[in-house]
Design a protein around this ligand. Sequence first.
Ligand SMILES: *Cc1c(COP(=O)(O)O)cnc(C)c1O
Length: 242
Amino acid sequence: MDDVAPDAPAPQATTPLEATDVVAGLEAVRHRIRQAAQDSERDPASVALVAVSKTIPAEGILPALEAGQRVFGENYVQESKAKWPALRARFPDVELHLVGPLQSNKAREAVELFDVIHGLDRLSLAAALAKEIERVGRAPKLLIQVNTGDEPQKGGVSPSAVDTLLSECRDTHGLAIQGLMCIPPAEAPPSPHFALLARIAHAHNLPILSMGMSADYPAAIQMGATHVRVGTAIFGARPPKG
Ligand SMILES: *Cc1c(COP(=O)(O)O)cnc(C)c1O
């Protein structure tokens, strides 16, 4: 290591994918979505691919846009504000989803920027969103995140509390809720969690089911996902959090 030239570029944790790799990844994911839908006798058009582009710089997202992908997911409000206005100026029909947790003090920026917010999981956030939707005059679709594994460290409302949060959102804040989202426990088989989410959504007549990530989206489609959130399988591995 000592003989590396002093002006050599610092090694990166992960090498950004080439544009051709992004397009190939996108094609492969689309193909598996069609296949999984057909295997379950579902219309492939009933499954939306949310391409999760968190931590990917604009130039890494462009190949996906140029290949026709229009639905994207992000985790961080500030990062999205830095990346998406310029990309949207070029691709005005982009649909932007906030899939990560949302702090109430970012509710206004989230309402201004996103078309769908997946992480509604508490009444205080519902109140903040209702206030900003009124003030901004723009109403993103809202999904309640359900902590299907009741994991203490994870966001989302307990399955047993969905009922209450739903009626409070509607009755107290006049918020329409369009669906449910979950992230199953990392070490457990995901299908029972997807099935549970589907049952709760069905019981409440909620049309959107946001479930399934790179490791498990075919299983989620089998259980009725209308939106799969796929990052790594399209854009490659992200640098470790830190
Ligand atoms: C990062 C993230 C994804 C995408 O995960 P991959 O495993 O990279 O496909 C999906 N949903 C949420 C909530 C995420 O934070």
